[in-house]
Design a protein around this ligand. Structure first.
Ligand code: OOG
Ligand code: NI
Length: 465
């Protein structure tokens, strides 16, 4: 008997994200409410703008518009991270980018596992923002050691999951039956466990060091802590959340509302207090509670070049210097006003963004360009003559300042601690067992490849600007 054909990693990822969504809705009913709200707002946005609907029909799969775009987990050890990389590889997800959150008072560094390449992203863009706890940033040596000891005892992957990863690596893929088993086995790693693996007393000490340390160390596995569908109108969902009895975080993270969206805007509802129990001295369970899980929404715009990103960072800092958003939302209006005012310094038309070298664009021949013969020009002339058109390349990654804001509002807003900024990408990549993909190099390559498809009208010498 021959093995049947391999299932594409895109299909495994889609099945996995659907399974995860179902599990999370079941575990966190408020998340189901959020999904319902997002679907409603998306439908209204599409009905109000037929142009938007036509564009989305051409570029995305409209029926999947409200599906999850990302989730997040927090891991405890290098071995967990390395194995997670192999698990995600089976689903066609590679580590992209390095995020140092220590600067923002969160003792982790992170990457995003995500599909790379237009076809895979279109099929299903699901990403997992994956953080690794940095015990080295916890000053109390004894506590550090205790935490490491607890982490060393846990096994976050099932034997079945490990066996199927090894099989996929050995054979180069999984058949349909194995892929189905793989999804079920891997789902176990992301499941919530309401029985802690530490005592209430140790939990308290971990919690005092940093709430995130308690979240990572105290449980059997790295429960998925949020999922994030895409919304077509993030401001609307933010406003409507309270009507559905879910409490939004104080402000939307990222750039302000704009005509030409840039990077990534995100907001979430605050993490819920959930009942858990801790190990008692004589094996009994003691009731307690833990706050970790929430729901988030996102809206994406054009990927920025290093120059565009530097401008974004500068403007965001300016806005935050003017008004630091308070956790209770009391100055949310003032913050939004400052943000909008400061971001007048960022061009808000596609050609302006492109011409200033602030964003990445995908170039293609217009109909006129396709039938043009023998005529070659430089890029700007070809655009002006209507031979070449350009579309924004969507940002598929994350933003450290926004991520810190999301972490903070969901760990309790007093969670920020002072850590010495210590990005350590080399240590992260060593623990991961692979380098992370440089996001800027990646977008730049997509842009370059698109220019190559316009070769028939571009003067070669002039094109190589
Ligand atoms: C991850 C927070 C980062 C985002 O959307 O920026 C994130 C976490 O809380 O574990 O998911
Ligand atoms: Ni998120």
């Amino acid at each position: 008997m021959t093995e049947s054909a391999f299932v594409s990693s895109d299909v495994i990822r889609s099945d996995f994200s659907a399974a995860m969504s179902a599990m999370y809705r079941d575990e966190v009913p408020a998340y189901g409410t959020l999904i319902g709200l997002v679907a409603k707002v998306n439908a209204a946005a599409l009905a109000a703008d037929p142009g938007l609907k036509a564009r989305l029909e051409a570029t995305d799969s409209l029926e999947r518009i409200s599906e999850e775009r990302h989730g997040a987990i927090r891991l405890g050890t290098a071995a967990e991270l390395a194995m997670m990389r192999r698990v995600f590889a089976v689903m066609g997800m590679s580590p992209v980018g390095y995020y140092d959150l220590s600067t923002a008072g969160v003792p982790v560094h992170s990457t995003a596992f995500r599909p790379v390449g237009a076809a895979s992203l279109r099929r299903n863009p699901f990403r997992v923002f994956t953080s690794l706890l940095r015990l080295d940033l916890i000053p109390d040596a004894a506590l550090r050691e205790e935490a490491a000891k607890v982490l060393a005892t846990r096994r976050i992957f099932t034997d079945g999951a490990i066996a199927l990863v090894e099989k996929a690596e050995r054979n180069g893929g999984l058949n349909a039956a194995d892929a189905g088993r793989f999804v079920n086995e891997v789902l176990e790693t992301f499941r919530w466990h309401d029985k802690a693996i530490v005592s209430a007393e140790l939990y308290e000490r971990l919690h005092d060091a940093h709430r995130l340390v308690a979240d990572v160390v105290s449980f059997k596995g790295p429960h998925i802590n949020h999922l994030t569908p895409r919304t077509l109108d993030i401001d609307k969902v933010q406003v409507l959340m309270p009507e559905e009895s879910i409490a939004p975080k104080a402000v939307v993270e990222g750039p302000p509302t704009r005509r030409c969206p840039i990077l990534l805007r995100q907001t979430s509802f605050k993490a819920l207090d959930e009942p858990v129990s801790f190990l008692g001295k004589s094996g009994e369970w003691k009731p307690g509670s833990h706050t970790a899980r929430f729901g988030e929404i996102e809206q994406r715009g054009v990927a920025l070049t290093p120059k565009g990103r530097a401008l974004y960072d500068k403007l965001l800092n300016n806005a935050r210097d003017r008004v630091t958003p308070a956790a209770d939302g009391s100055n949310a209006g003032a913050y939004e006003a400052a943000l909008a005012e400061v971001f007048k310094g960022f061009p808000d038309d596609w050609n302006g963004i492109r011409a200033a070298g602030l964003g990445y664009f995908s170039y293609s021949l217009t109909e006129k360009g396709q039938s043009a013969t023998g005529h070659q020009a430089d890029l700007e002339t070809a655009i002006a003559q209507g031979l070449i058109q350009f579309d924004p390349i969507i940002y598929e990654d994350f933003l450290p300042v926004s991520a810190a804001g999301i972490f903070q509002s969901n760990l309790g807003d007093d969670a920020a601690k002072e850590f010495v900024a210590s990005p350590n990408q080399r240590m992260f990549e060593r623990d991961l067992g692979a380098p992370v993909l440089d996001e800027f190099a990646h977008y730049s390559e997509i842009e370059r490849a698109s220019l190559q498809t316009c070769g028939s009208v571009l003067d070669r010498h002039l094109a190589a600007e």
